[in-house]
Write a protein that binds this ligand. Sequence first.
Ligand code: NAD
Length: 326
Amino acid sequence: MQRALVCGAGGFIGGHLVRRLRREGMWVRGVDLKAPEFAPSEANEFVIGDLREAAVCAGVCDLAFDEVYQLAADMGGAGYIFTGENDAAIMQNSALVNLQMLEAARRAGVRRMFYSSSACIYPAHNQEDADNPNCAEDSAYPAAPDSEYGWEKLFSERLYLAYRRNHGMATAVARFHNIFGPEGTWTGGREKAPAAICRKVAEARSGDAIEVWGDGEQTRSFLYVDECLEGTIRLLRAGEAGPLNIGSEEMVSINQLVAMVAEIAGKRIEVRHVPGPLGVRGRNSDNRLIRERLGWAPSQPLRAGLERTYRWIEERVRGGVGAWGR
Ligand code: NAD
C-alpha cells in the first residue's frame, strides 16, 4: 500500500487532500498543530505536533513515505496577511516549518515532496491593472511581492528547488491562487473573500447592504478545492519541479463575486464600500505553463464551486449544524 504524509492536515486544503488520498487507497498520516475544525480527519493516523521543531519533523518521517505534501503555513486572508501586524510571526513560523520538514524528509530518504507556494509571490507592480494582471510563472523575478507572507513563500520555493538540485529529491512546487470550498475558515478574521462574502450574504436579509473592502473593482480568480487537489497530485506524480500556477483563469471583480453569491442565495444585496486591507489591484492565474507541462488545467466554472460553498456556509450561519455535521 502506498503511503502519504500530509503536513497541515488539520487545515482547509490538507483536510480535503487527506480525504482524496484515502479514496485513492493510500495509507495517510496527517500532522498539524490542531485537528480539523469542521470534520474529523480521515487520516489513518493523525499526529498533533509542531513542525517548527526538528524532533517532531523527524518523528513524523519515521515510515517510508511515497509522497509528502507540505501544506502547513501560518496563514490567513487579507485581514491577517496584509495588516503588517503578523509579519514577523508569519515569516518565522512558516520558514521554520519548511526548513525543518524538508531536512527531515531528506534524511528519511523521501523522494517525492510537494510544497504549496502562493500567487502572493508575484510582483505587486505587475498587478496594478485590474483588467490585465501578469501572473505568468516567469514574471516572479525581479521579485517584489506585496507581503512578507509572499516573501517567505518565495524563499521556501527556492529552498525546495535547491534540495532538488543538490539532494536529488523530486520536489514539486505549485503556486496556489485563492482556493475556496466547504470546510474552509468562514468567520473570525482569517477567512478569504469567497467565504467572507458567502457569510455576509447568508447573514443578510434581501435588500440589506453588506460591507466590501475597497471599491470592489479589484479583481481575482478563485479555484474550487477539488481542482486544486487534482492539480497538486498531477504535478507531484508527473515529476515536474514547477513552480506552476494552480488557479482558475476566470477572473472576476469583488463586486461581481458579490452579485454571483447574491444570485445563488436568491437575495437582493446592496454593497457598502468601506476601507480595509486590499492586497494587489488585479490577480488572475496564467495557465499556459501548467497546460503545457501537465496537459491539464482547471476548467470548472466559479459558479459551481460557489454554490456548494454557499450552501455549506449558509447551514452554519443558520446554526442548524453541529461542529462536525455535514
Ligand atoms: P490552513 O491555514 O487552513 O492550513 C494550514 C495548516 O497548517 C493549519 O491547519 C495550521 O494549523 C497548520 N500549521 C501552521 N503552523 C504549523 C506548525 N508549526 N506545525 C504544524 N502545523 C502547522 O491553510 P490552507 O488554506 O489549507 O492552505 C494550505 C497551504 O496552501 C498553505 O501553505 C498556504 O500558504 C497555501 N496556499 C493556500 C491558498 C488558499 O487560497 N487557501 C492560496 C495560496 C497558497
